[in-house]
Design a protein around this ligand. Structure first.
Ligand code: CA
Length: 242
């Protein structure tokens, strides 16, 4: 389930948004100021933030800028909400790193459409949309994984791990990033836990010959790739020794 953080100090608006998002199946967490929002994000990264511009204390704009400047929150999808409609403010909002910008009052339908659009673009694993890479296919709605017509059996953690890696294929993720994005709690789990589940994931993909798609990038982390180097390397070695 996608987790959305709503940062809004006007309780009537916050309530309206929260109710509608919950109704649409999102897991919603609400904060009324920047300090609480920062604490929430420090605890667990949401899939998306709806961020009001004008907040008591630190503004939404400052908060968005800070998140963009820090490695852990750089990719955090943010939709800025504001009563301001000036062109200059809109530009400032987008320059702060917001992915989209919505002027109050807005319709709930428009808000939902914008949320889905930003998630599709930046956090597709947060939506129940099937993903595909090479012959590998994962469907969150049915919780099935297949490769070349073969159904594969994955444990719940391996499923989430594969879902995240398929949604961000070809990119290298550090163990800390994977803990943060897949486990959702980077503080209390040891990084070697990731290695254990990576190994299980490779084993689960092995019956379809897809285990090598999960690559270890020395000193950096793991990557899911459609063109595994290790498979090519192994094939070359086999040919060389034959
Ligand atoms: Ca406000």
């Amino acid at each position: 389930m996608s987790r959305i953080l709503v940062v809004e100090d006007e309780s009537a608006i916050a309530e309206l948004i929260t109710l509608n998002l919950r109704h649409a199946g999102f897991d919603v967490f609400h904060c009324s100021d920047a300090a609480a929002a920062q604490a929430a994000v420090d605890g667990r990264l949401p899939d998306l933030v709806l961020l009001d511009w004008m907040l008591p204390g630190e503004s939404g704009l400052q908060l968005a800028r800070r998140w963009r400047s820090e490695a852990r929150t750089r990719e955090l999808p943010v939709i800025m909400l504001t009563a301001r409609a000036d062109e200059g403010d809109k530009v400032a909002g987008l320059e702060s790193g917001a992915d989209d910008y919505l002027t109050k009052p807005f319709s709930v339908n428009e808000l939902m459409a914008r949320i889905r659009a930003v998630l599709r673009r930046k956090a597709p694993q947060a939506l129940d949309v099937a993903v595909q890479l090479a012959g590998l296919r994962l469907d969150p709605a049915t919780r099935r994984v297949s490769c070349g017509g073969l159904d594969l059996k994955l444990g719940p953690t391996e499923f989430k791990l594969l879902h995240f890696m398929m949604s961000h294929a070809e990119r290298v993720h550090s163990r800390a990033q994977l803990l943060d994005r897949v486990w959702g709690d980077h503080v209390f789990i040891e990084e070697r836990t990731v290695d254990v589940h990576i190994k299980r994931l490779r084993e689960a993909l092995a019956p379809a010959g897809a285990g090598a798609m999960v690559e270890t990038v020395r000193g950096a982390g793991y990557r899911l790739t459609a063109q595994p180097q290790t498979a090519t390397g192994a094939a070359a070695t086999e040919r060389g020794s034959a």
